[in-house]
Design a protein. Sequence first.
Length: 317
Amino acid sequence: MTLPEAAIWAWIPIVLWAAFAQTIRNAAQRTLTTQVGTLPATLVRFLYGLPFASAWVFLVWQLDSHGARPGFSWHWAAWLTLGAVAQLGATALLLMAMKERNFIVAVSFSKTEVLQVALFGTFFLHEWPGWVGGLAMLVATAGVVLLSAPKSVTKSDGTSDGRSDAAAQGWWSAAAAMGLGSGALFAFSAVGYRGAALAQDAVAPWLVGAWGVMWAQLLQSLLLGGYLAVTSPKGLVAIAKAWRLSLMAGTMGAMASIGWFTAFALRPAADVRTLGMVEVLFSYLVSRKIFKEGLSAMERLGLILVTAGLMGVCSQL
């Protein structure tokens, strides 16, 4: 559908908000992971976010009472299912990575999704970013690489031996594998949600976002909730007891997902996910202020490159 110029530019503040909300959700889920386990903490994002997503659909539906309505089709459902299932797996892997390494570095590993989104988006959706956008992605990803770089091992005499701690810090560590796997699945999720949004091209993007998130979170809640009900019912009891933190994680997760899905209806997935790397900067603040985690000089340089990449993707507009 044809949108006014203001609506076309609206994807930028929407993505910034989604990245901020996602940072808060990640922090809450990280705390929950230590209390209830990885899969129950993953479910919280979808199950506790579903009422908020449903309420948002009702509100947007009422505010846009004369616009086109979203519907069901096999094409839309296939893309939405791909996005929902991939997002479910990506969230679980991200939380596992956070247990292995500090908050910002785990998030940074997952942000390798940007180049993968560009690749998958080109192959499946035939959306290739321009050269400025492509360069911005490369610069931002280089920043991610530096943020994810292994740290040196300190000897007992206070000197560094120049070797990486393979158990927790190395490129081939469990945290790296989980973070990179999370990035790959987040890339598939972004492409899936973008495909679903394009399948509803006659519908306003804010309604496309609300509609897609509600059905995606319903599917995710049924799949993971049903699995836990059979294999680990104690996990469901645990997230019910931790309802305050679970509600915060779920609500912020739903708000983030609505933002991402709405942005996908306005802009190609590669651009959305590149600007979404601002989450790394938000995560830096959370890492320092809440979890009291320090950064090396290499990691600070990585943050600078990520920032430069974000500025690059905005400059092409």
